[in-house]
Design a binder for this molecule. Structure first.
Ligand SMILES: *Cc1c(COP(=O)(O)O)cnc(C)c1O
Length: 369
């Protein structure tokens, strides 16, 4: 039996008619940019996070860039983040002209270590970007204390974590703003690119709404240099339909993760750590294993998809060479890049498929060809 790493068909098919109707309504109305659907989705996502405002933007990367820009982060400022995340996190920092500073991750959770963050704080530190990697929130309470102490902004890269919470607080609650992505494979995905920023401060929200539309306060009157980064009305309409199922899908992801935990517990692999009082939404189910590449090849031969998120830590990526990082600077992130493997996990994955995945992992570890 083949098991794909990810398959979105079931998700889409379960709401096909409603989605097609929503698309048709947008076309019939003829309002394609910043219409009613975007406004409603902004309200709904903000409510789902328990924050004041949502601002629909073109993608999760722009959400990060716009947040940094709106908070006034610029050349000469240092922004601390994790070296173990998708490239966009550091790209956003460099895009606004700021200097990226890395703090290593905790080995068991893959999340940025607050202690390491504090070690990197100084008078140039203007912001900290926490990344809720694989769907689990970083220690926002602790990071919030550090950010306050050093008068730095706190931003969340919540692109993988819509619906997650920690100690009862959702994304966006402990920070100045959180970036969300609606890329097709995210927990809430559209059929293209899309993103949102959620913030608690109304003034910051107004600023972000200006920035996403060329810095204009009204049509053809421009207050500042912004960009063109809006969430399309058609994507907002689709996402409003899909949002109704997000809770159910996240629950399903958690059930699948529990199944894996039960099935894999006797094998010599490190399973994902769930922090106490954390609602992990399992964007990815990522194990740590000594001979990662060998296992991935074995699974591939057996028709089972898997993924390496991420093969190279950010400090060792080519565009970061000018900053002078070297191998050994962030040992936990480097270890994760060499030993992490993400297994198939998506709404609609069956228990039978999970069993097949686990059987093949077990065969590979026993050296059966
Ligand atoms: C997906 C993702 C992004 C970027 O989102 P896009 O919508 O693809 O621009 C940023 N950070 C993380 C951690 C992501 O997973």
């Amino acid at each position: 039996m083949h098991v794909p790493f990810i398959e979105l068909d079931k998700e889409w098919k379960s709401q096909q008619e409603e989605i097609m109707t929503a698309i048709q309504q947008v076309i019939d109305k003829g309002q394609f940019i910043l219409g009613e659907s975007v406004q409603l989705l902004e309200k709904e996502i903000a409510a789902c996070c328990g924050v004041q405002q949502g601002i629909g933007v073109a993608n999760g990367t722009d959400a990060l860039v716009l947040l940094l820009q709106a908070l006034g982060i610029q050349e000469g400022d240092e922004v601390i983040t994790t070296p173990f995340t998708f490239f966009a996190t550091v790209e956003a920092i460099i895009q606004v002209g700021a200097t990226p500073v890395f703090a290593d991750i905790e080995k068991d959770t893959f999340l940025i270590s607050p202690e390491e963050v504090e070690r990197k704080c100084n008078h140039k530190t203007k912001a900290i970007i926490a990344v809720h990697l694989f769907g689990q929130m970083a220690d926002m309470k602790h990071l919030n204390q550090i950010a306050r102490k050093y008068h730095a902004y706190l931003i969340e890269d919540a692109c993988q974590a819509l619906g997650a919470s920690r100690e009862g607080e959702s994304i966006g609650r402990w920070s100045d703003g959180a970036a969300i992505s609606f890329f097709p494979t995210k927990n809430l995905g559209t059929c293209g690119d899309g993103g949102m920023i959620v913030v608690q401060n109304d003034e910051l929200a107004s600023n972000l709404k200006r920035l996403r539309a060329h810095g204009a306060t009204q049509k053809y009157i421009h207050e500042q240099i912004g960009m063109n980064s809006r969430l399309d009305e058609i994507h907002a309409a689709i996402l409003r339909v899909k949002l109704k199922k997000l809770k159910q899908w996240n629950e399903e992801r958690r059930t699948l993760a529990n199944n894996y935990r039960d099935m894999l517990q006797d094998l010599p692999v490190q399973l994902p750590t769930e922090v106490p009082h954390s609602y992990h939404v399992y964007h990815l189910y990522t194990i740590v294993i000594e001979e990662r590449n060998k296992l991935q090849n074995y699974l591939k031969q057996a028709g089972i998809g898997s993924g390496v998120y991420y093969p190279v830590p950010l400090h060792l990526q080519k565009p970061l060479i000018p900053y002078g990082f070297k191998l050994g600077d962030f040992p936990n992130a480097e270890y994760a890049c060499e030993h992490c493997l993400s297994l198939p996990l998506f709404p609609g994955l069956t228990e039978e498929q999970q069993q097949t995945v686990v059987e093949q992992i077990s065969l590979s570890l026993r050296g059966v060809q």
